[in-house]
Write a protein that binds this ligand. Structure first.
Ligand SMILES: [Zn+2]
Length: 158
């Protein structure tokens, strides 16, 4: 690890402490770095915004994409104070940064009450067997949008 990299992680950790102490949400912070510069700072904002998806990584990704005017973080690195939960892991794959660094592990998070193992377990199950039941309906009608997308000219694939 270079001193620069350590400083990026220190910034993510600092956000995790400061924003948690200020009552924004859980103790999680993240920064997005491009060309050796922090372009976005994110933190858990679940309590202050009543938004269950306002995790540090999602917050940082949204701000970074806004700052760069793109939906891809191809040349970026994400530093997060904790190993991402399954939701953030999904967001990271959609945003496509080239590397993720994390400090606390998901086991560390579980030890202080943020256990996301049950979500990983849910992913493995068939839809009807999940603890929040999922049931398919009206596929034929929903297919209309997919057919239009498939036939759309000059669409931006992502
Ligand atoms: Zn998350």
């Amino acid at each position: 690890m270079t001193e620069d990299q350590k400083n990026f992680m220190r910034e993510a950790i600092k956000l995790s402490v400061e924003k948690m102490e200020a009552g924004f949400g859980g103790p999680f912070g993240a920064v997005v770095v491009r060309n050796g510069e922090i372009i976005a700072r994110g933190y858990n904002n679940v309590l202050a915004t009543n938004d269950p998806t306002a995790h540090a990584e999602v917050d940082a990704i949204r701000k970074a994409c806004q700052a760069l005017g793109t939906f891809q973080l191809t040349d970026c690195e994400l530093y997060t104070s904790c190993e991402p939960c399954p939701m953030c892991l999904g967001a990271i794959y959609w945003a496509r940064p080239r590397k993720v660094y994390y400090a606390n592990s998901k086991d560390d998070a579980a030890a202080v009450g943020f256990d996301d193992q049950f979500i990983y377990n849910e992913i493995e199950k068939d839809a009807p067997d999940r603890s929040i039941p999922m049931e398919q309906m009206m596929r034929e009608e929903a297919q209309d949008a997919f057919k239009r997308w498939a036939g759309k000219e000059n669409k931006q694939v992502y």
